[in-house]
Design a protein around this ligand. Structure first.
Ligand code: SF4
Ligand SMILES: [Zn+2]
Ligand SMILES: [Zn+2]
Length: 365
């Protein structure tokens, strides 16, 4: 008697063995997992994707029962999948955490306003509370105004510093000490690569940490998607029919990051495991004692410079900062100078902002 492969219980038509899911061996494979090229059915893909994230959460002890967490929600694919998965896993495995959605409106017309409309729909779809904090309210600047004054080249530097602080401030207003972000494996491998290419020993040491915090801030940030491939997040969002916003930001990513991203994509095309391999390499890098000292001491620091330690507050905005003036206030000062010179001289010079950026590079944060 000849052997007949099991058939999909839903679709009774018989399948060739090569068409079957490599996990359940009964349904038709419809997805080739970008992470390991395994051919799987939709149901098994959902199950392994969700279980891997659950394992990352449990193995790293990310959440405590009774804790309030703020999920950084931008309406993009990563954050939409994160909101959906956090709610799903919290219910399935009973983590016992209270989930809030926290959004930052950077003030980028045609991009953030549309993506926030997606977050507002997600709030209703998932039944989670949502809070939105804007750059306008917190800093009296929008990203569009910042780019007009400081130029497009440094847009992500300003946006990154202000958004990190805005997330902390927003969480603090909600009485939350834990912000969860949708940074995925591709983002992390890209950062490791950039730090290696720049020889940035100080950042390299921290670039694979799953739990981080800004200097002096009591608010921790965690990344449950640390090992999740971007392509799998997109597939998950697609097959689950999640409502997300896919337009790119008007301001392109920093040129060097863009190049590192391209390099990562080329490497991934040849060897899909390289994303995880780069993260693992970063995790296993141990700095020599002399390098650690070098990493902790800023190149331009002098012995006469006052030392500010974690727990200090910024002299201007009173926000927790390990430096005398926090990074956001330094940037704001440069912007104000540029705005004044633009107003008085009707000039498009952005000397103030450029000088502040140069000064920032000399500080340690
Ligand atoms: S691409 Fe840059 S400017 Fe646009 S949202 Fe991201 S960090 Fe901000
Ligand atoms: Zn299957
Ligand atoms: Zn400040």
């Amino acid at each position: 008697m000849s052997w007949a492969p099991p058939t999909d219980p839903v679709n009774k038509k018989s399948l060739k063995v090569s068409q079957l899911c490599e996990i359940c061996h009964c349904r038709k494979a419809v997805i080739k997992r970008p992470k390991n090229l395994q051919k799987v059915c939709k149901e098994c893909f959902f199950h392994v994707f969700e279980t891997e994230i659950h394992n990352t959460i449990v193995n790293n002890n990310l959440f405590q029962r009774g804790e309030k967490i703020a999920v950084g929600a931008s309406g993009g694919k990563d954050s939409t999948v994160l909101c959906y998965i956090m709610k799903l896993l919290n219910e399935r495995y009973d983590y016992g955490v209270d989930i809030y959605l926290l959004s930052i409106d950077e003030g980028i017309v045609g991009y953030r306003d549309d993506s926030l409309a997606t977050v507002e729909r997600n709030q209703k779809q998932y039944g989670l509370p949502l809070e939105i904090f804007s750059f306008r309210d917190l800093y009296n600047w929008t990203m569009d105004e910042i780019v007009a004054v400081a130029g497009i080249r440094n847009s992500c530097t300003y946006c990154g510093v202000f958004r990190r602080q805005a997330l902390d401030r927003g969480a603090q207003k909600l009485g939350i000490n834990h912000v969860v972000t949708g940074h995925n494996a591709d983002d992390m491998a890209e950062t490791v690569l950039m730090n290696i290419l720049r020889g940035d020993v100080a950042r390299l040491e921290k670039s694979t940490a799953i739990v981080t915090s800004s200097g002096g801030s009591p608010i921790k940030r965690t990344k449950p998607f640390k090992y999740s491939y971007q392509k799998e997040i997109v597939l998950y969002a697609h097959y689950k029919k999640l409502d997300y916003f896919s337009t790119e930001c008007t301001y392109a990513p920093e040129a060097f990051r863009g190049t590192a991203r391209e390099l990562m994509k080329n490497l991934e095309a040849v060897r899909p495991s390289c994303i995880i391999d780069i993260i693992r390499s970063g995790e296993n890098l141990v700095l020599k004692e002399s390098e650690q000292r070098f990493a902790k001491k800023p190149v331009n620091s002098t012995s006469s410079k006052p030392q500010f330690v974690d727990g200090n507050r910024c002299e201007r905005c009173n926000y927790l900062s390990s430096n005398k003036i926090c990074k956001a206030c330094m940037l704001l000062e440069g912007l104000e100078k540029s705005r004044a010179s633009v107003t008085i001289e009707s000039d498009t010079s952005c000397d103030g902002a450029a000088k502040t950026l140069r000064n920032l590079e000399k500080l340690s944060f």
